[in-house]
Design a protein around this ligand. Structure first.
Ligand code: PEP
Length: 256
């Protein structure tokens, strides 16, 4: 009942010209896809190009990598939910670990962004994850518990299924290290029980929880077979259209 969702996070890569040829190659290679939702999350400068391309190819949904919580105003360098909506953006990443560690994004900022996104009709992909030190000291559940409870504070149960929770262990992002399917499943099951506690079981069961951290074509199928893993947020391996298409196919295979 939860459609798997694969989201390509391009981070600060690919120009709008490269984005155009990417989409062409990706669509050509991936063919028809019915059971998996595909989201491409380029840098802001490529959003108009992708908006045009995805308008012609309803297979692709569009995402953004960030937004500001205010509607408009003197916030040089920031982007608003309205601006994203005007370009047909549907999803927005909030609280990615790179934003948290490199740009000082706090749980409180994440929470404000989640509310702004929902009010504007955008679907947040809210990222949570522990560092290696936190894992080694046995505080995974404590860290994730705090990030989830703070990030989702004030969200109504009705809105929860519009949010995608992305579990991204920081030690697995861009490092080539992946959580094993069993390790990831254990955390996803914990996150779902946490959502059931904070909201209720039926909305927790309808909310998608993605895994992110060095997902590639070779490890996708095993991860996607796990019952609580509802898709993936993919960085490095999504920069090549052929590799992202292989990840889509591996996900479809896991569903068979
Ligand atoms: C990410 O940035 O969300 C991510 C998971 O990156 P990578 O796939 O490169 O580890």
């Amino acid at each position: 009942m939860r459609k798997k969702i694969l989201a390509a996070n391009w981070k600060m890569n690919l120009t709008h010209v490269e984005a155009e040829s990417y989409v062409e190659a990706f669509l050509h290679e991936v063919g028809e896809v019915n059971d998996v939702e595909i989201v491409i999350i380029p840098s802001f400068t490529s959003i108009p190009t992708l908006a045009q391309a995805s308008g012609n190819a309803p297979l692709i949904r569009l995402g953004a990598q960030n937004l500001h919580w205010e509607r408009s105003g003197a916030f040089t360098g920031e982007i608003s939910a309205t601006m994203l909506r005007a370009l047909f953006v549907k999803y927005v990443i909030i609280g990615h670990s790179e934003r948290r560690t490199l740009f000082g994004e706090t749980d409180e900022m994440v929470q404000k962004k989640v509310h702004t996104a929902l009010e504007a009709g955008l679907r947040p992909i809210m990222c949570v994850g522990e560092s290696l030190a936190e894992r080694e000291s046995g505080s995974v559940q404590k860290v994730l518990g705090r990030q989830v409870a703070e990030g989702l504070k004030g969200v109504s149960a009705d809105h929860l299924p519009e949010i995608v929770l992305a579990y991204e262990p920081v030690w697995a992002i861009g490092t080539g290290l992946t959580a094993s399917p069993a390790q990831a499943e254990e955390v996803h099951a914990f996150l779902r029980s946490l959502l059931a506690e904070l909201f209720d079981k039926s909305v927790a069961d309808r909310t998608r929880i993605q895994y992110g951290g060095s997902v590639k074509p070779e490890n996708t199928e095993d991860l996607m077979r796990e019952p609580n893993i509802d898709g993936a947020l993919i960085g490095g391996a999504s920069l090549d259209p052929h590799s992202f298409a292989r990840i889509v196919r591996a996900t479809e295979k896991a569903l068979r």
